[in-house]
Each structure stands twice: as C-alpha cells, then as structure tokens.
Ligand binder design. Structure first.
Ligand code: COA
Ligand code: ZN
Length: 316
C-alpha cells in the first residue's frame, strides 16, 4: 500500500440519512436539525442530510422537508438529498437541496425490495429527474447516482463487475456526473474494491466518484484504504457508525466517520474534519437513538488522549 500518498480524502457525512433511516426510535425534527448543524461545524464539505422517499417506506425520515428548511446552511457545505423518483426530486428541489442522489441497486431483487420496482423502471424515473433538473433555468443543483449492492447482494450474492461498470456508464450517458458505488450490506473485500474502483475510474474522474461502505463484516476501513490506493478520493461515512438499509436482511452500520478520520489523521491523510468535535458529537448519539453505537474511537479516545499514569508507576 502507498502510505506516502497525502492527497486529501473527502468524507461525505451520511448519518442524518443512512444513519437515521433504520432507527426504530423517532428522532424529533429539531434534534435532526441540531445533529446536522453540529456536523456542519465539523469541517465537512458534503453532508447527506435526508431523503425524500415514500414516508411509508422510511417513516424515520418523513420530515425531510422540515429538516432541510430548518438547518443552518454552512456556505462551504453541499447538502445532499437521496431521492428515488421524480416526486422525491420535486420535494428535494422545493427544500433547496444542493445535490440529488438517485439510488438503484445493481441487483434486480434488492431494487424490488428497496424501491419496489425493476432496475429498468428506476432508470426511466432517473431520466425524468434529469429532464426535470435540465429544464430549470440556472439550476444550481447537482446530480449523483448510486449503484447499490455493487459489491454483493444479500439476495443474489455476487454481482457481475461488468454490470456495475455498465450501470455507472449508463448514469453518465444519461447526464448524471456523480457516481457512488455502494456496498449496501458490507460484502466487499479489499481486492474486489481495488479492481472495481480501477475499472470505474476509466470512465469516471476521482472527483466524481464516491465509495459507500458498510462495516457489516468488519472490512469497512480496509476497503477504504484499498479504494484510496486505487485512486478513489471520496467516501461516505456515518457518525458513530450508524446506518443500514431497512430493506436488506442483516444490514448494519456505515463505516464510522470518526474512526475513518482517526485513521486518516494517524496516517497523515488530510480530511479537513475535526476529530475532537466529531468525538464530542458522536457521544451524544446513544441518547438520541436510544442505544449504544458501533464506533470505536468515541469509546477508546484518540492515541494522543493520554491517561495519567497510575501512582505505582512513579514509585517503581
Ligand atoms: N416522496 C413522498 N411520497 C412518495 C414518493 C416520494 N418520493 N414517492 C411515492 N410516494 C407516495 C405516492 O404519492 C403514493 O402515495 P399515496 O399512497 O398516498 O397515494 C405512495 O407513495 C405509493 O406510490 P408509488 O409510486 O406506488 O410507490 P411504491 O409504493 O411503489 O414505492 C418508492 C416506490 C420508490 C416510492 C418506495 O419504495 C421508496 O420510497 N423507497 C425508498 C426506500 C429507501 O429509502 N431505502 C433506503 C435508501 S437506499
Ligand atoms: Zn448505506
């Protein structure tokens, strides 16, 4: 691995969307807003602040409109909204989202479970969203599209890499510049990640590519390093390691933002994120969601958070 490389790694914080969408305990709108405002002060340039999906599908995020309208917009932050269809895009535009993130799975089975439609229907809807955005004069909103289950599907197993590359190319041909490869249920391994990232980077610039890993099988940060070494520069992560897709069996948390930032800090890879602020914010999560969260640095502290030596050390 190339540990000498010091190119920045961009963290897109997704706890307000991927993190909260699976939570059973209702999080009040003002608490979501406070969380996002807290994240805006941590040095991120991108925050996925919510989704505009069916409230029956994801009741936990049914207040997306109020959340987007209530947050304090930091000038350097792009606030992203996940949308599944034109109705979602219209709601997100009305709420002044800076970027729309369209999502389709590479596997038909997961797309049907998650979006209740075939991949072909999803793509037709994305075409409508692109036309909607292109029809707006002086539209400032940008577009990203995610290939979910890109590294494996909990229903279908292995996914043909050719199919993933082809979907990414289709998105680009449709006029969607940003591409995310998502490991929805943490099935990726580092060799596979390096291979797929290299192939996709033949068609998409590193500035337009995001990797989205879940730590379901403990390989999240290893996969980040493999992707970074293969040339990827932008990564989704969720505060506290919250997250998961409610329509994927066995889904669990995203890679944990503060654990990722700690790794980067220790390796000298700049992220722009303030680790101490992140740890402080992460420690508020158990009270917010009603349970312990998987992140490790918020529990262990940073390497530099030294403890006073026990008395007997000074007497030896
Ligand atoms: N926002 C709000 N409501 C929406 C909506 C949106 N983006 N899209 C559809 N709806 C509403 C419709 O108006 C309709 O409402 P009604 O029952 O009051 O008439 C209802 O949802 C059903 O609409 P339909 O188009 O038939 O959708 P569906 O039931 O087939 O579901 C999706 C399709 C895509 C809307 C739904 O599966 C969904 O929102 N999935 C997202 C899941 C998700 O967020 N997963 C995690 C992130 S990847
Ligand atoms: Zn996810």
């Amino acid at each position: 691995m190339n540990f000498e490389c010091k190119e920045p790694l961009i963290v897109q914080e997704v706890a307000p969307r991927d993190g909260l969408q699976i939570e059973k305990q209702w999080v009040e709108t003002e608490d979501k807003i406070e969380l996002i405002d807290g994240l805006s002060a941590c040095g991120f340039t991108r925050i996925e602040a919510g989704s505009f999906v069916s409230p029956k599908a994801i009741p936990a995020l049914r207040d997306g409109d109020a959340v987007f309208n209530g947050i304090r917009r930091a000038p350097d932050v792009i606030y992203v909204a996940l949308v599944p269809n034109v109705k979602g895009a219209e709601r997100a535009l009305a709420a002044n989202a800076d970027e729309l993130n369209l999502v389709m799975s590479s596997s038909q089975t997961h797309n049907r479970a998650n979006m209740r439609m075939s991949c072909e229907s999803s793509l037709t809807g994305f075409g409508d969203v692109v036309r909607l955005v292109q029809g707006i004069t002086n539209a400032k909103v940008s577009l990203n599209a995610t290939v979910a289950t890109a590294f494996g599907c909990p229903f279908e197993g292995r996914i043909d890499e050719e199919r993933v590359v082809s979907i990414a190319r289709t998105y680009r041909e449709m006029g969607i510049p940003g591409i995310t490869l998502a490991d929805t249920t943490g099935m990726a391994n580092p060799r596979q990640v390096a291979r797929l990232v290299s192939r996709v980077l033949e068609h998409v610039s590193a500035a337009d590519l995001t990797l989205h890993f879940h730590n379901t099988r403990g390989l999240g940060l290893v996969n980040v390093l493999a992707a970074y070494d293969a040339g990827a520069r932008r990564f989704d992560a969720a505060l506290g390691g919250l997250g998961g897709c409610p329509f994927a069996p066995g889904a669990s948390g995203n890679i944990c933002t503060e654990d990722l930032v700690n790794m980067c800090d220790e390796m000298g890879i700049p992220t722009g994120a303030d680790l101490q602020k992140l740890i402080t914010l992460s420690r508020t999560l158990p009270a917010l969601v009603g349970h312990d969260v998987p992140g490790q640095i918020a529990k262990a502290g940073r390497n530099c958070d030294l403890h006073p030596a026990p008395d007997y050390v000074n007497t030896i």
